[in-house]
Design a protein. Structure first.
Length: 380
């Protein structure tokens, strides 16, 4: 036995009907009080008999006494009228309750019709048809705002699914290409019995394997940072940046630091990876005899880290592409000599996990400035 479904339409109908019934009953009650007490109950005394002067010693005329039987009949008639009024009012109230319930049912259905259309459309949308939209038309009311909000959610989901598909395709290619290279290298080495050639092939395999490990480690870090934080602990951005700079390989670049002890709360390994990726990216994408500036301190009263480097000129409309996995300035796939193509993507994911703000600004003379502002630490 299925229980009845208490739909919104049914609940609105019952609510409207109950409100009408209560309002109608209150109105009839007030009307009845007016009829009983106000109209016939003014208690106006009958007029006094006129004063009759007695002249010439004649006896005064007799004034007839009030007809008590007439008054009784009038009281009975009034009581009967009030009873009929109560009966008629009750019958009318019951009939109007049914009429109001029917009208409430129709009006509730009309009001909820856009919601039903939204439910049908949303039910038809799947991961393969996220391009569809509700596109609700009509006045700017709550239902229209709800439909627009849902359309915005679909747009964000479509963007996320597209980014996921591109990421999976790019990651698959990045992992498949080294495997294909290793297979070809092994086949060539096995066909040549020369020990020197075999040793050279093994050395190239080791280099290629190291690159694969770098890609897998970057992918795991990206997945971990996108999952969110499991713990938070005090982290000194200046100390972490100093450690990263000390272990970096600046080539022929000048690395300048301005580090002020600045403590934030977060995942220490992820924050270290964030700063390391910023520094490595600034060193890798630079020019000969260029510079890298690393600053740590307070920006807008928030613990912050900023890395600025010289380098090629970056068009402002392509800055967002730098945050996409396996992308470079010309929006094509990044090649191995430039890295694995996940550096700034990991930075963006770690920034989001820490509820921080990431700002990337191309420098007028070339290069990029990346500023990460962490949230203010909560007082203990």
């Amino acid at each position: 036995m299925t229980t009845p479904r208490w739909t919104i339409r049914l609940r609105l109908t019952m609510l409207f009907g109950a409100l009408f019934l209560a309002a109608g009953a209150a109105l009839l009650f007030v009307t009845y009080l007016l009829v009983v007490h106000a109209l016939p109950g003014l208690d106006v005394d009958p007029p006094s008999p006129p004063a009759i002067e007695v002249q010439g010693g004649l006896p005064a005329p007799e004034v007839p006494a009030p007809d008590t039987d007439l008054q009784r009949r009038l009281a009975e008639q009034r009581a009967e009228d009030l009873r009929q009024f109560r009966v008629a009012s009750g019958i009318g109230l019951v009939l109007m309750a049914f009429v109001s319930a029917g009208l409430a049912w129709l009006m509730a259905g009309r009001v909820l019709r856009p919601l039903r259309a939204m439910a049908v459309t949303a039910n038809d949308i799947s991961s393969r048809s996220l391009h569809q939209r509700l596109a609700m038309k009509g006045p700017r009311d709550e239902i229209k705002d709800l439909a627009d909000t849902f359309d915005g959610l679909l747009a964000r989901l479509e963007h996320a699914f597209e980014a996921q598909r591109r990421f999976v395709a790019n990651a698959s290619h990045e992992l498949r290409s080294p495997l294909t290279f290793e297979r070809s290298l092994l086949e060539v080495a096995l066909s040549d019995p020369d020990p020197a050639a075999l040793r050279a092939a093994c050395e190239r395999l080791l280099v290629n394997n190291e690159h694969q490990e770098t890609i897998i480690e970057a992918l795991l870090t990206l997945a971990r940072s996108q999952r969110g934080l499991e713990r938070r602990e005090p982290v000194d951005l200046a100390a972490v940046a100093e450690t990263v700079v000390r272990t970096a390989e600046p080539r022929d670049l000048r690395v300048l630091t301005d580090l002020t002890p600045t403590v934030t709360a977060g995942d220490a390994p992820l924050i270290e990876r964030l700063i390391k990726n910023l520094v490595d990216n600034a060193i890798r994408h630079n020019v000969d005899n260029g510079e890298v500036h690393i600053w740590a301190g307070q920006s807008n009263s928030r613990p912050s880290i900023r890395v600025t480097n010289t380098g090629p000129i970056i068009p402002p409309n392509q800055v967002d592409d730098l945050l996409q996995p396996f992308r470079r300035l010309d929006t094509t796939r990044i090649q191995n000599q430039y890295g694995v193509g996940l550096g700034l993507s990991i930075v963006a994911a770690i920034t989001t996990a820490h509820n921080a703000t990431l700002t990337t600004t191309p420098n007028p003379t070339g290069g990029l400035t990346v500023l990460v502002e962490f949230a203010r630490p909560s007082p203990l």
